[in-house]
Design a protein around this ligand. Structure first.
Ligand SMILES: *Cc1c(COP(=O)(O)O)cnc(C)c1O
Length: 412
């Protein structure tokens, strides 16, 4: 009896420590809770039994609940099973994974692609295998947390440049060149940015960054998580739209946003993919994705590249313009937004969660985004518009936001 009692007490102590940490989060307005959704993922969802119009999904083209993606997943389960049984390098490299990777490469207009279980694991696997403790990573200040975590985990020296600030990036590259002299030639430099930023919706100056890395001799990795499906010819993203396919060493994307499924990928030269198959630990030491997930992603890409993709993006672009030109768009200077992501920066956590709570009570689901997802004191509402919304949804959203901001005495 005695040891058991002791064990329970240890667990109690452990939980008391965790409770203290959670209290601290709560005190700072940073407490987070899961909200159970009892409907399929779309622009209308049921949360806690309550129907809401959803303005928070990354399912930009409305493919997550598309009948053809569902059908592709079901067929893959029937033919290949529910699970993949092992990692890709053992016996889990199923036909749907290979078909997906061939399709990604063709869609993006590059030699080859490799899929991962998530975008997060894609960043970890790619960055940690490409740079190490003797190298340098230059990261945009507003880059996604998975890019920050991967850069830290790689052990490389991490330097952060001001958001989309070419001059700051160049000054860091210059300083590295001067200070390190010949040493730099051995230390590899990897510049990492996003093409569309996940929490701000703005676009990186990719051409200028490419010019800099050519001039100073660095490598460039670009995460197209929020650009794939929305920009460029065949909607393949901003890199190909800018004609930079052969200038970006490492292209990254995710399969869970516009593509409507789940997972992540790297694409580019065949040499890069062969290297990652051998070195990317988050690819090697994990069970291959379910064939259903990969087959649905392949179908998502097929639709995006087809005429239906063009029609869906056209509908989305109309809704984006409608919101940009609304009273809210003018009030919060959303006119410069180029993507489907609208940040309304409110500042404090309390204000952001207060406004978000008010909106959800009124049937609009737009969660507050807080630190560490965004920098401190820039808590915000992050509104995303999708092709499945109706113009009437945008009109009523505008009214709901006006009324919420008035309620909270927010004048601009
Ligand atoms: C969502 C996101 C990721 C992570 O992708 P997951 O598949 O959700 O793990 C990576 N980078 C950016 C910019 C993202 O927005």
């Amino acid at each position: 009896m005695e040891p058991d009692l002791q064990k329970r007490n240890r667990v109690d102590e452990f939980c008391e420590e965790l409770a203290r940490r959670c209290d601290e989060l709560q005190r700072q307005g940073l407490w987070r809770e899961l909200r159970r959704v009892d409907s399929e993922q779309s622009c209308r969802i049921i949360i806690g039994g309550k129907p809401c119009i959803n303005f928070s999904s990354n399912d930009y083209l409305g493919l997550a609940s598309h009948p053809l993606l569902k059908e592709a997943a079901i067929k893959a389960v029937e033919k290949y099973g529910a699970g993949s049984g092992a990692s890709r390098l053992i016996c889990g490299s199923l036909a749907p994974h290979h078909l997906l990777e061939e399709q990604i490469a063709q869609f993006k207009g590059v030699e080859a692609a490799l899929s991962f279980s998530s975008g997060y694991l894609t960043a970890i696997g790619a960055i940690c295998s490409i740079v190490g403790k003797d190298d340098i990573v230059l990261l945009d200040r507003l880059a996604h947390s998975c890019l920050i975590d991967a850069a830290k985990l790689s052990g490389a020296t991490l330097k952060v440049f001001r958001h989309n600030d070419i001059n700051h990036l160049e000054s860091i590259l210059k300083r590295l060149q001067n200070h390190e002299g010949s040493k730099t030639s051995k230390r590899k430099i990897l510049i990492i940015t996003e093409s569309v930023f996940s929490m701000d919706g703005d676009v990186a100056p990719l051409k200028e960054i490419v010019e800099l890395k050519e001039k100073y001799g660095g490598w460039l990795m670009v995460d197209e998580a929020h650009a794939t499906g929305l920009f460029g010819k065949n909607r393949a993203g901003i890199i190909s739209a800018c004609g930079l396919n052969d200038s970006v060493e490492v292209q990254m994307g995710t399969l869970g946003k516009a593509i409507g499924s789940a997972g992540g990928f790297i694409c580019g030269r065949k040499m890069l993919i062969d290297y990652l198959i051998n070195r990317a630990r988050s690819f090697i030491f994990t069970t291959a994705p379910s064939p259903a997930v990969s087959a649905a992603a392949a179908e998502g890409i097929r639709i995006i590249a087809s005429d239906e993709g063009a029609v869906r993006l056209g509908m989305l672009r109309n809704l984006i313009d409608q919101f940009k030109n609304s009273s809210i768009g003018e009030r919060f200077l959303l006119i410069k937004v180029e993507s489907a992501i609208f940040p309304i920066i409110l500042g404090t956590n309390e204000l952001a969660t207060g406004v978000a709570g008010h909106l959800i009570n009124n049937g609009y689901f737009i969660p507050a985004i807080r630190f560490p997802t965004v920098p401190k004191n820039s808590a915000r509402l992050r509104i995303t518009v999708t092709a499945n919304h109706a113009p009437e949804d945008i009109r009523s959203l505008t009214l709901a936001l006006e009324s919420a901001f008035n309620q909270f005495n927010l004048v601009r």
